[in-house]
Design a protein around this ligand. Structure first.
Ligand code: COA
Length: 197
């Protein structure tokens, strides 16, 4: 099994677990992952700009987040929004996970993975073949089944808009990617065949 196959298989295990339902297997409290709504914009602002102040993410304004709210999913426990992440679909083949953020007080409880699963499932339903992330946390994405990729694996349009140095100046950001295997007509992610050699 090469890296791409392994990524596809991990993606299959993600599918169906995190979508708008209680996701409490690794959490002490009930957690819902759902699409963001306009009422969530202040929480998106708080989460993302908290990390932006540490230089880990690009800052976003309330206006930008209001316009992009439809791209976001949020993780909500009984009381509040504790995490978020966005999916930007570039074409039928590629999508990017952006602004993935979990509240500092609840890290390492499976929330980042649950949001990632949700976004991958959304990408799969849209027929996306490959989901990538530009990140300072490559080890997290590896745990979620992604592998490191070279910008040369992406079409010129995405290289220009996302990998050009003036667009993404942080030198330590790594590109992580996961391949999805889609099955028409449901577009559900499915397990890849086991390796034979
Ligand atoms: C990266 C981030 C989203 C992870 O969220 P999280 O809820 O703590 O992650 P999870 O608990 O779901 O972790 C899933 C797995 O990744 C591992 N992991 C999480 N963060 C990790 C890190 N920084 N380094 C190494 N492994 C990490 C966990 O231990 C877990 O592994 P396991 O399945 O073997 O137990 C969170 O640390 C964050 O918001 N970071 C700041 C913003 C950022 O860098 N976002 C990514 C850019 S798009």
């Amino acid at each position: 099994m090469d890296g791409t196959d392994r990524g596809a298989a991990r993606g299959a295990r993600f599918a169906g677990q995190g979508r708008g339902c209680p996701h409490g297997d690794r959490l002490k409290t009930m957690l819902i992952i759902r699409k963001a709504e306009s009422r969530d914009v202040a929480a998106l602002f708080r989460l993302i700009n908290g990390y932006a102040r540490e230089g880990l993410m690009l800052p976003r304004t309330l206006g930008e987040l209001g316009r992009a709210a439809g791209d976001f999913a949020v993780a909500e426990d009984a009381e509040r929004i504790v995490g978020c992440g966005a999916l930007r679909v570039y074409s039928g083949s590629f999508a990017e996970i952006r602004s993935l953020s979990v509240e500092p007080g609840v890290l390492r409880r499976g929330i980042g993975r649950a949001i990632t699963e949700f976004l991958i499932e959304e990408a799969s339903r849209a027929g996306v073949k490959s989901v990538f992330a530009l990140t300072l946390s490559p080890a997290f994405f590896e745990k979620c089944g992604f592998r490191e990729a070279s910008p040369s694996e992406f079409p010129a349009r995405i290289r220009r808009s996302r990998f050009a140095r003036n667009r993404n100046p942080h030198p330590d950001k790594r590109t992580m990617v996961i391949a999805l295997t889609t099955a028409a007509p449901t577009l559900a992610v499915r397990e890849s065949a086991p390796a034979t050699a």
